[in-house]
Write a protein of this length. Structure first.
Length: 115
């Protein structure tokens, strides 16, 4: 997906396209995660769509729950979904940083090899 060490660094325009494609991947992951959270809260806790959306988006943002779960299955779902939300945050951060760090490392290597 990225250029090889012996290739020139890509142009700024192509780099911005790459960043936007990574951002689109992150948004897709977040949307799927939000749908999973909403579905789980609606199924296990019998919440309305609005309540489920609020709780799942707050968990994905790392802000915690608005309403505590009532059922035992709801407690399990909130625990698992909370752990999953943390992993989504870490993965999203990595997906967004990967092209930037690769570009920095590639430019440093390119300067080193050119001299």
């Amino acid at each position: 997906m990225y250029e090889k060490p012996n290739e020139r660094p890509i142009s700024r325009k192509r780099f911005l396209k790459r960043m936007f494609s990574h951002l689109a991947i992150i948004l897709a992951i977040i949307m799927v995660s939000l749908v999973v959270g909403i579905s789980g809260f609606m199924f296990f806790e019998k919440m309305s769509f609005h309540q489920a959306f609020l709780n799942s988006s707050m968990l994905l943002a790392g802000l915690g729950l608005v309403e505590r779960p009532v059922t035992h299955v709801g407690h399990w779902f909130v625990g698992v979904y909370g752990l999953y939300s943390g992993l989504v945050f870490i993965a999203s951060f990595g997906i967004l940083l990967a092209p930037t760090l690769h570009r920095i490392m590639h430019k440093l290597r390119w300067v080193d090899d050119a001299s």
